[in-house]
Design a protein around this ligand. Structure first.
Ligand SMILES: *Cc1c(COP(=O)(O)O)cnc(C)c1O
Length: 373
């Protein structure tokens, strides 16, 4: 039987050519591997809208959370700085936890999970707290799948003279990322989301000047981006410590496939078609999406769980699994029972239609005529 496809917002199902790139052992200090790593950085800069003269893509071992940790731990000064996190989901909250671990100064602007962050609310929060020096925003909150209006939020941050970081882990390659236009100091991303690589590699794209100014600031040697960036430049593309060589090679293949597919516009179109098929089919079964379609990124869809006593999430999960699809195993929203089905990675509209069919069969198995909440 074929391997199941992953309907999660990372890791995602990858292309055969990406997996095939993992069959070779690489010496990480040698020329070809360094060239591979440098090539990834160039393509990521292009995908993130950052000029190479101004920004550097710094590779890091680990998932997106490690990249976000490294961004904060390296770039937020230990004294005389305060980070404000625009928080409307789990990833904003995870960053808060991370910065508290480091013992740095952090505050949150807590907003509802089901609506895009309001730029006026951010402007008011910044006016009310002059001690804030940095602002962090999550582009696509994978908790629900909603996207935040980073263009507008970035305007507010720029007008207030603060520095901006954006978590683009779930948006890079899918939605437009414009770090120069946003005047962002840094963005964080990982290998296993919109670029469709395997998990294990993170990147922070940061202003060269900000990296240089952060020398000695990091709380952790392995997560010290400035140290890694300096070594990377001096060595012509090396990691400081052992990189996941097979993952780097596969990520290089994945980003080449991403560029060949037509980059972000093409990927957006493919995922958007997946999302439409999923939302249309699930809505027809009676399931109700948690967020409005206009603010839904084509990454993952979140639905209310039916309130009927016969509803059993496990029956849905198992039905999808029998059909060859693995969905996320539970709810992540804070205030209401929901479930999530991803629509990114190497899956297509036919897959989405089979998922809807399996969901319909699951409802019948539970004795329900509709998935209405
Ligand atoms: C996936 C994701 C991360 C990183 O999560 P990991 O579990 O470390 O992969 C960070 N931010 C967002 C918005 C994400 O979707």
């Amino acid at each position: 039987m074929a391997d199941p496809l992953l309907l999660t917002p990372g890791p995602v199902s990858t292309a055969p050519a990406t997996r095939a790139a993992m069959t070779r052992d690489w010496p990480p200090w040698d020329g070809p591997f360094k060239t591979l790593t440098l090539g990834i950085g160039e393509k990521l800069l292009a995908a993130a809208g950052g000029a190479a003269s101004e920004y550097l893509a710094v590779p890091l071992v680990g998932s997106g959370s490690y990249a976000v940790d490294a961004m904060a731990g390296t770039l937020l000064p230990r004294a005389g700085a305060r980070l404000l996190i625009v928080c409307n989901g789990n990833y904003g909250r995870r960053l808060e936890t991370s910065v508290r671990y480091m013992g740095r100064d952090v505050v949150t602007l807590d907003l509802p999970e089901t609506a895009p962050a309001d730029p006026a609310a951010l402007a008011a929060a910044l006016r009310a707290d002059p001690a804030v020096t940095h602002v962090a925003v999550v582009h696509v909150e994978t908790t629900t799948g909603l996207f935040n209006p980073v263009d507008e939020l970035a305007d507010v941050v720029r007008a207030s003279g603060r520095r901006l970081w954006v978590d683009v882990v779930a948006s890079l390659g899918i939605l437009p990322v414009r770090m120069s236009a946003w005047n962002a100091e840094a963005v964080a991303l990982s290998s296993n989301k919109g670029i469709e690589g395997p998990p294990g590699l993170g990147f922070v794209i940061a202003r060269r000047a900000a990296l240089a100014a952060a020398r000695g600031n990091a709380h952790s040697l392995s997560l010290d981006l400035e140290h890694q960036a300096r070594f990377f430049e001096e060595s012509g593309g090396r990691f400081r410590y052992t990189p996941p060589t097979h993952v780097v090679a596969a990520f290089a293949a994945a980003i080449d496939a991403f560029v060949a597919e037509g980059g972000q516009p093409a990927r957006f179109a493919r995922y958007a078609a997946n999302l439409s098929a999923l939302l249309d089919g699930m809505t027809e079964l009676g399931f109700q999406p948690v967020i409005a379609r206009a603010v839904q990124a084509p990454v993952i869809a979140t639905f209310h769980q039916p309130g009927d006593a016969r509803w059993n999430f496990q029956v849905l999960y198992d039905a999808l699994k029998r059909a060859g699809y693995l969905m996320f195993p539970g709810k992540v929203t804070q205030t209401m029972p929901t479930f999530r089905i991803g629509c990114m990675g190497q899956v297509d509209v036919a897959d989405m239609n089979r998922v809807v069919e399996a969901a319909g069969a699951a409802l019948r198995e539970m004795g329900l005529s509709s998935g209405a909440p």
